[in-house]
Design a binder for this molecule. Structure first.
Ligand SMILES: [Zn+2]
Length: 258
């Protein structure tokens, strides 16, 4: 009877220990949640500041707690690409595509990211293949824009004209300035059949006038040419920036300015 009473008295003690432990765990979880939230807030700040190196390190730490997060993995891949670490971004985006039961729209958006990785790495065939696997209409414009970018990088001007037409039809807009440049590129490469079409479109365009006068280059006068979009500087005139690939962004700096 004495023993039974003793055990009876231990019940409130165990109850108290359990209560204290659960409080402690709750406090610990709250602290962990707060730390994660702080890390996510810092991540947003670093991304806003374009501080990609620190953002990558922080995101790699956060992902350890959210290993199954598709979006965080995808974001890490994008950050690696922005730092020029294409092999790592390709690995991450390719791995995400092997996730079972991936939603069709997530699959398409990841294929777009993978295609961008391949473009960055200069693997254009693979980029094209990735784009061919995109099925949904939601990403059609991005697919066409990336194809157009690849066509231009590879100087496939006839193919670029076809892609441009698809893009125009899909977006219901006219991109005549690009067409003019593509025609000019073709003519400069010996496809003189495009001269007539070019003049029909716009004979007053700066490049068209330049081409029709058979001028091969622009005089530099010893100045420097700057891209007014990305501020890259070059010694020679350009129609399309060699760095950011923007057309008609060339401005000549006077000798005093630079
Ligand atoms: Zn540029």
């Amino acid at each position: 009877m004495y023993l039974e009473l003793w055990w009876f008295l231990t019940v409130p003690v165990f109850f108290a220990i359990g209560w204290i432990t659960s409080r402690w765990d709750r406090k610990k979880n709250r602290g962990r949640k707060q730390t994660r939230l702080n890390d996510l807030e810092k991540l947003v700040l670093f991304l806003t500041e374009d501080n990609h190196n620190v953002a990558i390190k922080l995101l790699q730490g956060i992902i350890k707690d959210y290993e199954r997060s598709f979006y965080l993995q995808k974001a890490l891949g994008i950050l690696f690409r922005r730092r020029g670490l294409f092999d790592r971004s390709i690995d991450i985006h390719a791995a995400l595509l092997s996730v079972r039961k991936i939603e069709p729209s997530l699959k398409d958006s990841t294929l777009i990211e993978l295609a961008k990785d391949y473009v960055g790495a200069g693997l254009y065939d693979r980029a094209y293949q990735a784009l061919e696997l995109v099925e949904g209409e939601d990403y059609k414009i991005q697919v066409l824009q990336l194809r157009l970018r690849i066509n231009q990088r590879l100087k496939q001007w006839k193919l670029a004209l076809e892609t441009l037409e698809d893009l125009e039809n899909y977006k219901e807009i006219k991109l005549q300035n690009l067409r003019i440049h593509f025609f000019c590129e073709l003519i400069e490469n010996g496809n003189v059949d495009y001269k007539e079409k070019l003049l029909e479109i716009n004979s007053n365009h700066k490049r068209v006038k330049h081409l029709m006068l058979n001028q091969k280059t622009f005089p530099s006068d010893g100045g420097v040419f700057i891209c007014n979009f990305c501020a890259a500087k070059f010694d020679d005139f350009f129609w399309k920036c060699h760095l950011c690939e923007t057309w008609d962004s060339c401005e000549q700096l006077s000798c005093e300015k630079h």
